[in-house]
Write a protein that binds this ligand. Structure first.
Ligand SMILES: *Cc1c(COP(=O)(O)O)cnc(C)c1O
Length: 429
């Protein structure tokens, strides 16, 4: 393999990158040199100096069909031939309407209205704004706080940050500045009646000031890759109904089949009042997210003194993203995706099992197309990444976690390779 630095073009790129470009959660200038991706196809990233790496991350849960999928490429090209963007105020277009129709049809019964946002964080902002405005419109502006459980992650913009885990998470820095929300304990993995009681009690105690409960159903992603019993979702639904509190599910990471059901909410048969979708919505092609709500929420808002939802991103409903999202949804629903996710779940269970015997490994867990190895120490990210790359795989560990959520099209051999890389990263990190 050629050293990327022997190519002057690549050396220049990396120098400019270090000098000028912020990377996620990074310092300026950057301390760890990023890999340079030239192109990607199927489940492989072509990386300068490293050849092809199997992608174990689906570009942060999004590229469920892999890269340069012919159907998605064609949808983008086709839409490009009509228009790539047009404003959404006063105008509409088929891709956005068709997408909204698909999302309403496939999501839990009762979610009927769709707000197309431009990123997951913005869709959470919109969800929270919907809930706050609902109660204001009903003359109950004192219901202005959110309740969530610890260990969650809902995005990086201001309001979503306030409902992320307040300790040890990425937003610890902002304690005292963010809107103070109400936090329940983190959910245990299995059902415990004492924890259900705890949830009911906190909701009841704060109901007078609560606009909504917001949680990631079944899997807490960037907050710690923890799984919990779907039965807690019904507990939340019942307690919210009993105490006049709205329920928001953030399915940005779990949506579109990742946990084995189309939406994680489906594992409990619960319909939230508001639901956020993102990440895999466009099959990882472009940024787009959606906030869905029930008729009750929409009608409540429309009854107020200000009967409109005052939100309208410039790129709302972007036709290019919407057209690819329609194609991605059709591609998913047009195949036996349950079998593919099950196959990946079985493969990950087999290939991650050896990690349990490694020193420093605290837990190995798999759910749907998600595999997690948790260590008893903070990972040396550079060493762990190097170990994965040496196995021919791209992984991005964080905190004490080495994890993978591969594209659904990952073949069995590549899955085994990802398993070896996760184990190597856990050993070397
Ligand atoms: C990624 C994520 C977000 C934020 O989405 P962005 O598109 O990165 O703004 C919000 N909630 C959950 C559960 C996520 O996984």
């Amino acid at each position: 393999m050629p050293d990327p630095h022997t190519d002057p073009r690549v050396s220049e790129l990396l120098a400019l990158d270090r000098e000028h470009v912020w990377h996620p959660y990074g310092p300026m200038p950057g301390r760890q040199e990023p890999l340079v991706v030239e192109s990607a196809a199927g489940v492989r990233l072509r990386v300068t100096g490293h050849g092809e790496l199997v992608d174990g991350m689906s570009s942060w849960w999004s590229a469920i069909h892999g890269y340069r999928h012919p159907v998605l490429d064609e949808a983008a090209r086709d839409q490009l031939g009509r228009m790539s963007h047009v404003m959404f105020g006063g105008l509409t277009h088929e891709p956005a309407v068709r997408l909204a129709q698909r999302l309403v049809d496939m999501s839990p019964q009762g979610l009927e209205h769709v707000f197309l946002a431009d990123s997951g964080s913005v869709s959470v902002e919109v969800a929270l704004k919907m809930c706050l405005q609902y109660w204001r419109s009903l003359g109950r502006g004192e219901k202005h706080r959110m309740l969530t459980w610890r260990g969650g992650y809902h995005g990086d913009t201001w309001h979503p940050m306030s409902v992320c885990d307040p300790e040890g998470g990425m937003h610890e820095l902002w304690g005292g500045v963010l809107q103070p929300q109400v936090f329940a304990d983190a959910p245990p993995d299995t059902y415990e009646e004492s924890y259900a009681e705890h949830l009911r009690a906190v909701i009841e105690r704060h109901a007078h000031e609560l606009a909504a409960v917001i949680v990631e159903p079944v899997v807490q992603g960037a907050g710690g890759m923890r799984f919990h019993s779907p039965a807690y979702l019904q507990v939340l639904r019942d307690a919210c109904d009993a105490h006049d509190v709205l329920l928001v599910f953030d399915e940005i990471a779990t949506g579109f089949g990742r946990t084995g059901t189309l939406f994680a909410a489906g594992q409990a048969g619960v319909t939230p009042d508001v639901m956020c979708l993102g990440k895999a919505l466009t099959g990882g092609y472009m940024t787009m997210a959606a906030t869905l709500c029930t008729r009750r929420v929409a009608e409540g808002i429309s009854r107020g003194d200000v009967p409109v939802l005052a939100h309208g991103p410039t790129f709302m409903g972007n036709p290019l993203a919407a057209a690819v999202a329609c194609a991605s949804v059709d591609l998913l629903l047009g195949q036996d995706w349950q079998t593919e996710v099950k196959r990946i779940e079985t493969g990950l269970r087999e290939h991650l099992a050896p990690a349990a015997d490694l020193p420093g490994v605290q837990d190995v867990r798999v759910l749907g197309a998600i595999g997690v190895v948790q260590l008893d120490h903070e990972i040396d990210m550079a060493a762990a990444t190097r170990a994965a790359v040496a196995e021919g795989v791209w992984l991005r560990p964080f905190r004490d976690l080495v994890y993978t959520m591969p594209p659904y099209v990952t073949g069995d051999e590549d899955l085994a390779r990802i398993g070896r890389a996760v184990c190597a990263a856990a050993r070397e990190g």
